[in-house]
Ligand binder design. Structure first.
Ligand code: 9WN
Length: 449
């Protein structure tokens, strides 16, 4: 299917409406992920949001990242949620009970787990835009990189050490929420070994009050497991090593690992360009070493038969064979031209974006040709615009401009109604989940810029 360029009127309308959504979700120095379902700041959402805002205001985009860093733990971890005000979101701070953790930040309440390290990818894009504009924007962005370089490095080092203690080259996650793809079939096998115990405090879900159809969200049984893992983290006071010995869910995540590799290379590039992180502190070299280790880990995970990368269940030592978009992790971190070419062809081919049933040739979260595909359920098949953005970004970076532009145009066509939904039904194109989702509006702005 070929997709045409949006008209000038459509571009103007979409940019205006996306800007409106981001302003409406702006709470001063941070942006809520969505108006009602997610009324707080989420970690990887904030990265996408920042790069979208940068197309309109570089200073405000930098503020978004600055606020996120106020939540950084002493371990270097950037937590997956920063809670700035009370809300009905569940699980909120009273459930996370991060006061049991010595490493929690002093000034803001947070969750106790993390999310994919997209932030430095966003920052490098913001810096690139700011340099194109020059003047104050460039100055502010360069100063910001100097000011925060060590904090980003600490974040990456946390993932590379506390979350990869045996140097496998795969970042270990302790909760499906840490992957950003909560109920993906990637996690069905490891979650089958998560057994909520009767002494887990009872809970009432709040998310279902904000969506029209519960089948678009994870099930109650899945939520019980999510809450049980949270409980296990609290019981070890958020100590990663202690959790590793006792926790039910420990998985090497290829997508997080690929993002860490790509982000670490970009951090090293910025350090070199700005003359920081060199010398005795060695931040640039440390970043390069992290990039190399995780790129190797990701490439090692590729299944020679399918051409897709695989997560590793660290409890059993088994590869997880699932046709999810995370299988395209090697496209994000590069490192092997033959793998990149094969992945490009696979991504645009009939099992993925070129599948005949798709309304738009946009990356689905699970291949429509897979038995795991569920077109309306969350990360089990729907198209998430941010995933499509990531793949377009990766293709661009590996010199595949034409393919990248194909995904960009398809992504824009999908968003033409300006609902900026959280995710989309891939066969009918229907909007699902939350509306006015900040990161969806943000990537629209970036695609239009
Ligand atoms: C749990 C905010 C977040 C995204 C995740 C998405 C969803 C939360 C939830 O919303 O997760 O973190 O309550 O379902 O899965 O990727 O960051 O938009």
């Amino acid at each position: 299917m070929t997709v045409s360029q949006p008209s000038a009127v459509e571009v103007g309308l979409m940019a205006g409406r996306a800007g409106y959504v981001l302003r409406a979700n702006d709470r001063g120095r941070f942006t809520v992920a969505s108006p009602t379902l997610y009324p707080h700041m989420w970690s990887w959402d904030a990265g996408f949001v920042a790069l979208g805002i940068a197309t309109v205001s570089v200073p405000r985009a930098l503020d978004e990242l600055r606020t996120l860093l106020t939540g950084q733990w002493a371990t270097g971890m950037i937590p997956h949620i920063l809670f700035h005000s009370p809300s009905d979101y569940f699980p909120g701070p009273e459930r996370w009970r991060t006061q049991v953790a010595a490493a929690r930040p002093p000034e803001v309440l947070t969750s106790g787990i993390c999310q994919p390290p997209i932030h430095v990818i966003a920052l490098s894009r913001i810096l690139h835009d700011a340099r194109r504009r020059g003047g104050t924007d460039q100055q502010l962005a360069e100063d910001f990189v100097r000011e925060t370089f060590d904090q980003w490095l600490a974040w990456h080092q946390y993932l590379a050490t506390a979350r990869d203690p045996y140097s496998y080259g795969l970042v270990e996650i302790h909760h499906g929420w840490e992957s950003g793809m909560d109920d993906s079939p990637r996690w069905d096998v490891p979650y089958a070994n998560v057994h909520p115990q009767p002494d887990m405090p009872p809970f009432v879900r709040a998310d279902l009050a904000h969506v029209a159809d519960p089948s678009q969200r994870p099930s109650d049984a899945e939520y019980a497991r999510y809450l049980w893992l949270l409980e296990q983290k609290v019981r070890v006071r958020y100590d990663d090593a202690a959790y590793r010995s006792t926790g039910d869910f420990v998985v090497g995540d290829v997508l997080v690992s690929a993002l860490l590799a790509a982000a670490s290379d970009l951090l090293a590039d910025m350090g070199e360009e700005l003359g920081i992180g060199g010398g005795s502190s060695g931040g640039v070299e440390q970043s390069r070493a992290i990039a190399r280790r995780f790129r190797t880990g990701v490439l090692r995970s590729v299944d020679p038969d399918t051409g897709l990368a695989r997560d590793l269940d660290l409890r059993t030592g088994n590869w997880l064979e699932v046709e999810s978009a995370a299988g395209f992790a090697p496209l994000l971190c590069g490192g092997d031209e033959a793998v990149t070419r094969r992945q490009r062809d696979l991504l645009l081919g009939p099992r993925w974006c070129g599948h005949s049933r798709l309304r738009w040739p946009v990356v689905p979260s699970v291949s429509p040709a897979s038995a795991d595909f569920r077109e309306r359920t969350y990360w089990r098949g729907p198209q998430w615009p941010v995933l499509n953005w990531l793949m377009a970004w990766a293709l661009n970076r590996s010199g595949e401009q034409e393919a990248a532009n194909q995904l960009r145009l398809a992504g824009l066509s999908q968003l033409i109604d300006c609902d900026f939904a959280e995710y989309y039904e891939p066969v009918t194109g229907e909007t699902l989940g939350s509306r006015d989702q900040s990161w969806t509006a943000a990537i629209a702005l970036d695609f239009l810029a």
